[in-house]
Design a protein. Structure first.
Length: 365
């Protein structure tokens, strides 16, 4: 008894599932009987339009990411505390702008010390030069010995060498102090700010990231059969989905190595810099691959019954229903007819004064 009840419940569940699947699939919608699929003679109820042959360009869409060609890391060259950061992320800067200020008090003190050392070395040189001149004059009169002249000459050379070292030391410490003001190496936009006032900057440590917004390129993965046809300098289009823009692009680089997994090449195409275009955004590289012929009719010529599309075709003195398979709709308000219609055939448009639903009119025919 229990087994029988379980079987009955299972069959009921299967029946309910079948009904639900049928509803989702349109099984219980109005069906077209086989005899209604044949062309039927009806009267024209509106103006006529011609099925036209169009040459439709075929476009390969390769998805990719926008990345800058020119990007740089701004790093510190000295060990010092960060006093101020003069820019924020997203801000535009010019080459040479002061971006970060570091604590340079210790270096300033070292500069003053180096200047004093240079002044002392300069004074030593002047004294050694005066002594050498005096001994040289005495040697010319035979009063000073040659050994004294050599000693004076050696003292002058030593003083001059010490002065040269002092000058170089001052130049080096002054150059090091200039590094406490970190300047923009290029004109561009700040994309990452990695330090704040109070942080410690270390030599080689990255402080900021900059990129040139005029150097953005779309790096797209293109199928090998398409990529091998591209050449440097080819002019293409790029579609930016986020802003619904179509931009001109120039192929700057085709990486000469295919990805073995996707069998694709990375193609880098330069685009003009725009205020709303940023690194990391999604884009599509549009690559023409040829042209195809398609028949098209005005969108309003397409009628529907159930899940099928049809048009009313004028043949001789008759108007016949003919079922068609349609494609995409163009911006000009025309629809591709992939099969069921020939170029030059006349189709009937709905009467402009008629408000009859297509499905209802189709059901009556």
């Amino acid at each position: 008894m229990r087994i029988s009840l379980r079987i009955t419940a299972a069959m009921a569940a299967l029946a309910v599932s079948a009904v639900l699947m049928g509803l989702l699939a349109g099984v219980f919608e109005e069906k077209i009987s086989p005899n209604r699929l044949a062309p039927q003679s009806v009267s024209a109820d509106g103006p006529l339009a011609e099925a036209r042959l169009h040459h439709v360009p075929q476009i390969e869409q390769a998805v990719g990411t926008f990345r800058p060609k020119l990007e740089t890391k701004v790093a510190s060259r000295v060990l010092a505390n960060v006093v101020a950061v003069n820019v924020h992320e997203g801000e535009l800067v010019e080459e040479g702008d002061a971006l970060v200020e570091l604590d340079g008090r210790e270096l300033t003190a070292r500069v003053e010390q180096a200047r004093q050392e240079q002044a002392a070395a300069q004074a030593a040189v002047e004294e050694a030069r005066s002594g050498f001149k005096r001994v040289s004059e005495l040697a010319d009169r035979g009063v000073a010995a040659a050994v004294e002249l050599d000693r004076a000459r050696a003292a002058l050379k030593t003083a001059e060498a010490q002065l040269l070292r002092a000058r170089r030391g001052l130049e080096e410490i002054e150059a090091t102090r200039s590094f406490t003001t970190v300047r923009a190496p290029i004109s561009g936009r700040v994309i990452h700010r990695l330090i704040e006032p109070g942080d410690t900057a270390t030599p080689g440590g990255t402080l900021l990231h900059l990129y040139d917004p005029r150097s953005l390129r779309l790096e797209a993965h293109v199928r090998e059969t398409i990529a091998t046809r591209l050449s440097l300098g080819d002019r293409l289009d790029v579609q930016v989905d986020a802003s619904r823009l179509k931009l001109p692009a120039i192929v700057e680089e085709v990486v000469p190595a295919a990805d073995p997994g996707s069998r694709s090449f990375i193609v880098k195409a330069a685009v003009p810099g725009l205020p709303d275009l940023y690194p990391g955004m999604f884009g599509r590289l549009l690559i023409p691959t040829g042209r195809e012929e398609h028949v098209s009719v005005p969108a309003e010529a397409i009628r529907r019954v159930g899940q099928l599309e049809y048009v009313m075709v004028v043949t001789d003195d008759h108007v016949l229903r003919r079922y068609v398979r349609i494609g995409v709709q163009s911006h000009e308000g025309r629809v591709e007819v992939l099969s069921g219609l020939r170029p030059g055939e006349q189709v009937v448009l709905p009467a402009r004064s008629s408000n009859v639903n297509d499905n209802q009119s189709g059901a009556r025919i």
